[in-house]
Design a binder for this molecule. Structure first.
Ligand code: G1P
Length: 289
């Protein structure tokens, strides 16, 4: 009996572990044209590191080693980045430049990368559903690489994984934004259940200022439970004719299965030129100090 109880406990614990992180990375990056005409927006660098590598490192810090990347046409540079470049490595071997590859080599050695392609761009919900074969029937994290998040002590995803391990339901990262900005985001309404934690009872994608239920905006970090796939499979298109992750989450929120976490740390909207420059300045100052 005692052994069964123990196994049950282990199962519960294992069943709750987040092993995989999904990166929707098929979008066109139109706000960054012409830079993103032939280059994935996820490969734009803040200093000398591409955005997606910041995301992968954040997932690694949260204890996740399986990176599931949803790519699309013209995104092969992402796969090449997380692979060895033998020619380059042999060229710089033994020179003082070799150390510049240490970080990325470390990432490659510690992670497993899986890829699938999104054939048509039908929204974030569709991108997440496209990643289902890479995830399977388990809870998982999602990082939108153009939302660059930073916390020196504990990364944003790690903070969220800890919340998931305690409550076992979906967790979305939220941040207070200016009222005029709400129409760029998914916006939540919730009841405060703990410090910085809300049980979501309503959420809406890109509402107008009048429609917005609050100024708590969803930022590109999620912990999702596999039930989300069942919902996404039958979900009709929402805002802008796209399959919206926010709409699928609303279904789970109605069952009390979504928490919103006001995270501690900085977030840069690197999908916009202003946010990108802000992030560049921030990381440059940090590097100098
Ligand atoms: C997506 C989501 C939105 C969320 C945002 C965070 O929108 O649909 O709910 O608030 O990411 O960056 P996008 O920025 O892809 O239009």
């Amino acid at each position: 009996m005692a052994i069964t109880e123990k196994l049950k406990k282990i199962f519960m614990k294992e069943g709750k572990k987040i092993n995989k992180c999904l990166f929707p990375a098929a979008g066109y990056g139109t706000r960054f044209l012409p830079a993103t005409k032939a280059m994935p927006k996820e490969m734009l660098p803040i200093l000398n590191k591409p955005l997606i590598q910041y995301g992968v490192e954040e997932a690694l810090e949260a204890g996740i080693t399986n990176m599931a990347i949803v790519t699309g046409r013209g995104k092969r540079a992402i796969e090449d980045h997380f692979d060895i470049s033998y020619e380059l490595e042999s060229q710089i071997k033994g020179t003082d430049k070799e150390s510049l590859l240490t970080d990325i080599r470390n990432v490659i050695n510690r992670c497993v990368f899986t890829y699938t392609r999104q054939i048509e761009m039908k929204g974030l919900g569709h991108a997440v559903l496209t990643g289902k074969p890479l995830i399977g029937n388990e809870p998982f994290a999602v990082i939108l690489a153009d939302d660059l998040c930073h916390n020196e002590e504990k990364g944003i995803l790690k903070q969220m994984v800890e919340i998931y391990e305690k409550y076992g339901v979906c967790v979305v990262a939220v941040q207070e934004v200016e009222r005029e900005e709400v129409s760029k985001y998914g916006v939540i309404k919730g009841e405060k259940v703990d410090d910085n934690l809300y049980r979501v009872d309503f959420m809406v994608e890109k509402p107008s200022v009048e429609e917005a239920p609050s100024n708590l905006a969803v930022i590109g970090r999620y912990i999702l439970i596999p039930e989300i796939f069942d919902i996404l499979e039958t979900l009709p298109p929402g805002k802008n004719g796209e399959i919206q992750l926010t709409d699928a989450l609303l279904e789970l929120a109605k069952q009390g299965k979504v928490l919103a976490y006001r995270f501690e740390g900085k977030r840069f909207d690197c999908g916009s030129v202003a946010g990108f420059v802000e992030a560049t300045n921030f990381f440059f100052e940090r590097m100098k100090s």
